[in-house]
Write a protein that binds this ligand. Structure first.
Ligand SMILES: Cc1cc2nc3c(=O)[nH]c(=O)nc-3n(C[C@H](O)[C@H](O)[C@H](O)COP(=O)(O)O)c2cc1C
Length: 184
């Protein structure tokens, strides 16, 4: 699946690294979600927490190619207070109707991405075709790279195309792994 866009939000740089590595490895396009009102320091962290606790939709600016032009969009965002980071919530809410297939990468220190996957499913009105969660320290020491690239390979494979495209690509009919959310 070469017509894929990687869209990321990153507050402290980790998700940016993940998105850049994935996009450059596969030759995929990259788009960035930025805060309309930049955040930093103690008040920035506090706003992150409040965005999660109150499920707020902070105003964003999207910089990148139009998501509607792509067959698949990989979203990459951190966890804040056990929830999807607020700017990605806004992006999904504003673009749900434009997104065809969505794959989700969630980055965190320790806790689960379950809430973020549930929220993406609710906003998109369907589950992501593929999900994975990565830990910050595994990204920093490079041990998550293999898992990240395997995620990209799985998304790129014919197994995640819709049935008609898969049969054209030579895959056997009947196996439809893109319907439920999957994990690698
Ligand atoms: C305000 C705030 C809340 C966070 N809450 C959680 C959390 O609940 N669980 C967790 O595992 N990590 C949490 N983290 C850690 C981030 O998810 C992690 O550092 C991630 O790699 C940040 O990605 P980024 O560098 O792209 O912004 C939190 C970070 C911030 C700033």
């Amino acid at each position: 699946m070469s017509n894929t866009l990687v869209v990321f939000y990153s507050y402290s740089g980790t998700c940016r690294r993940v998105a850049q590595l994935l996009a450059s490895h596969h030759g995929w396009a990259l788009g960035e979600i930025r805060d309309a009102r930049p955040r930093s320091g103690f008040t920035g962290d506090l706003r992150c927490l409040l965005d999660s606790l109150l499920r707020r939709w902070p105003a964003i600016r999207y910089e990148g190619p139009a998501p509607a032009d792509f067959d698949a969009v990989v979203i990459v965002s951190p966890i804040w207070a056990a929830q999807m980071a607020g700017p990605m919530r806004t992006f999904l809410a504003e673009n749900a109707g434009q997104l065809r297939r969505v794959a989700q990468i969630t980055v965190m220190n320790a806790t689960s991405a379950a809430n973020a996957v549930s929220e993406a499913t609710r906003l998109l009105q369907r589950p992501p075709v593929l999900t994975t969660e990565l830990l910050t320290h595994d990204i920093e020491d490079g041990s998550a790279t293999k898992e990240l690239l395997a995620f990209g390979d799985a998304l790129a494979s014919a197994a995640l195309l819709p049935p008609s495209d898969r049969e054209a690509a030579g895959a056997p009919p009947g196996n439809r792994p893109n319907l439920p959310a999957a994990s690698v």
